[in-house]
Ligand binder design. Structure first.
Ligand SMILES: Cc1cc2nc3c(=O)[nH]c(=O)nc-3n(C[C@H](O)[C@H](O)[C@H](O)COP(=O)(O)OP(=O)(O)OC[C@H]3O[C@@H](n4cnc5c(N)ncnc54)[C@H](O)[C@@H]3O)c2cc1C
Length: 377
């Protein structure tokens, strides 16, 4: 008999299993995919770790989580500095002095501020005293016409598949601008990619723990989990656990077209956003730049790139992002109420909580859930 049957080997399941095993508990981890690691899994192509389920950059200001992952693997010096390509013109992101210099030739924070403020004032005046009614009006009031039209408008339309003038204003609450020459996307204290890739992090988390891949909880003998374990940790979709009793939750998804390019350095950066409609994809990821720096880039003669497309979710696709609207929020609340009434079952992670989670908060949540439940046994 296991102490824990853990459904899902993503960061939630793997972190929970790690802590439980450390506390002397017997665990079995199952995953329906043919590999471990959930969405952080990487596939080796031409010696390059390819982020199969989308580019993943670890970032956090939580010292406890950072220390925890660093006891397992070293992190490299990767710093996320995306570039935007608008009809062949390149701009640094997030919006900062480098961006404003490329846009307008301004050289000082005062000049940049004056430009932004005058364009914001134009947008506010155009509303004639009323509140912004849609995303377009909202963004224009927050950053002005140039930044909106070149870096936000068409990119957002590709992401949502609708004109910005038809999207609700609440999607964009703030659009921070930085009046310093700083291309570091995240404000967090710590960031990087595990040296050797995310699979190594997962391997270290699951070291010595029994794992079975290609094993779907719902179609395997483990569905009757009480025969095998005292407790269940479930990290799959919450609506599926309850047999979609109240209906199916919606998701948004992204699809990827990945190819090998016969050059050592294809675009000179890991992340390039395409902010015009000229290209149908939203981003191009060049995977080697997450883990290869300087001469290492040229020591590997080819490169792997993935185009990222915003895609309407259909049955059978990867569920990536929860949909934050009234119907789904209320459905999720109903399912959470059922989950709270289940005995000996922990629901955790992005699918079981129907919540967008970055990696560090998922690890934090699994550490906390493990600490409270292991203590209670
Ligand atoms: C496109 C994309 C990009 C992202 N980029 C970043 C980033 O740059 N930085 C960052 O911090 N975070 C990022 N994230 C978030 C990150 O992916 C999540 O925080 C993390 O993967 C969540 O881990 P999890 O264990 O909750 O879920 P998952 O990794 O999804 O793991 C759940 C596992 O459960 C398994 N499972 C489900 N149902 C069953 C079943 N019936 N039987 C058996 N197994 C089952 C699945 O196969 C899966 O392996 C990104 C997310 C997406 C979608």
């Amino acid at each position: 008999m296991y102490d824990y049957l853990i459904v899902g080997s993503g960061l939630f399941g793997a972190t929970f299993a790690h802590q439980a095993a450390k506390a002397g508990k017997r665990c079995l981890v199952i995953d329906k995919r043919p590999h471990l690691g959930g969405n952080v899994y990487c596939e080796k192509v031409e010696g390059i770790n390819v982020h199969k389920y989308g580019a993943h950059i670890f970032h956090t200001s939580n010292r406890e989580v950072w220390d925890f992952v660093n006891t397992l693997v070293e992190f490299n010096r990767y710093t996320n500095c995306p570039v935007a390509n608008y009809k062949g013109r390149l701009f640094n992101l997030p919006f900062n002095m480098n961006t404003f210099n490329a846009l307008w030739g301004v050289q000082t924070p005062q000049e940049a501020m004056a430009k932004i403020e005058s364009q914001k004032a134009e947008a506010v005046a155009a509303l004639g005293g009323r509140e912004p009614q849609n995303l377009e009006e909202q963004a224009l009031c927050l950053v002005g016409r140039d930044v909106f039209e070149i870096l936000i408008k068409e990119y957002t339309e590709k992401q949502w598949g609708r004109p910005c003038s038809e999207l609700p204003a609440f999607i964009i609450k703030r659009l921070p601008v930085r009046l310093v020459f700083d291309n570091n996307y995240f404000n967090d204290l710590y960031q990087g990619i595990p040296a050797g890739g995310y699979n190594l992090l997962i391997d270290r988390l699951l070291e010595g723990i029994e794992c079975k891949t290609s094993t779907d909880f719902f179609t395997s003998e483990y569905k009757d989990w009480q025969r095998f374990a005292h407790h269940l940790v479930y990290t799959g979709p919450i609506d599926q656990y309850f047999d979609y009793r109240f209906g199916k939750l919606d998701w948004r998804t992204v699809s990827f077209r990945t190819r090998v390019e016969p050059v050592p350095n294809y675009q000179g950066n890991a992340v390039v956003n395409y902010t015009s409609h000229e290209k149908p994809y939203t981003r191009v990821i060049e995977h080697k730049h997450f883990e290869m720096f300087g001469q290492q880039v040229y020591d590997c003669p080819v490169s792997v790139v993935s185009e990222e497309y915003s895609t309407e979710y259909r049955e059978g696709m990867e569920p990536y992002y929860p949909v934050n609207d009234e119907r789904n929020n209320s459905l999720a609340t109903q399912y959470r109420e059922l989950a709270a009434a289940e005995h000996d079952v922990i629901f955790g992670g992005r699918l079981a909580e129907y919540r967008y989670y970055d990696m560090a908060p998922v690890i934090e949540s699994a550490l906390n859930r493990a600490a409270s439940s292991l203590y209670n046994i």
